[in-house]
Design a protein. Structure first.
Length: 135
């Protein structure tokens, strides 16, 4: 029962992790602002700022709405069975690693905060738990 609950939490974290990777690929931060990596609007500076804000919002919304649905459609049930078959220690270490990566992604990438002591501690815990998962 506990393993299935942790597996469901881990699967939801994986559902959240896929849009994070897509967001990292398509969106970049520059001077505490988010912008799409592959768009260029050069004629009007006001239009450029408006286009970047709305483009980032539209891309982020599509990524967060569609990618978990596609993931569930393709790998939903096999992923859940695989997670349950891992065992408690490996499943907990994978869950802790995913939580740490998600926290670091949200705080340091989306909010454009610098790495501080608490971020470094979370990163070390996340890396160590991923090493435990891989062993």
């Amino acid at each position: 029962m506990v393993v299935k609950l942790i597996a469901m939490i881990t699967q939801q974290l994986i559902n959240f992790l896929i849009p994070e990777f897509l967001f990292l690929f398509f969106v970049e931060t520059s001077k505490s602002k988010l912008k799409i990596r592959f768009t260029f609007v050069e004629e009007n500076p006001r239009l450029k700022r408006f286009a970047n804000i709305w483009t980032v919002g539209a891309i982020a919304l599509l990524m967060y709405l569609l990618s978990p649905l596609i993931f569930q459609l393709i790998l939903g049930e096999p992923m859940n069975e695989w997670l349950v078959s891992l065992g408690l220690l490996k499943l907990l270490s994978l869950t802790i690693s995913l939580i740490g990566f998600t926290l670091i992604f949200i705080v340091n990438y989306l909010f454009a905060k610098e790495m501080d002591k608490s971020s470094l501690i979370i990163a070390v815990i996340s890396i160590l738990s991923f090493i435990v998962f891989m062993s």
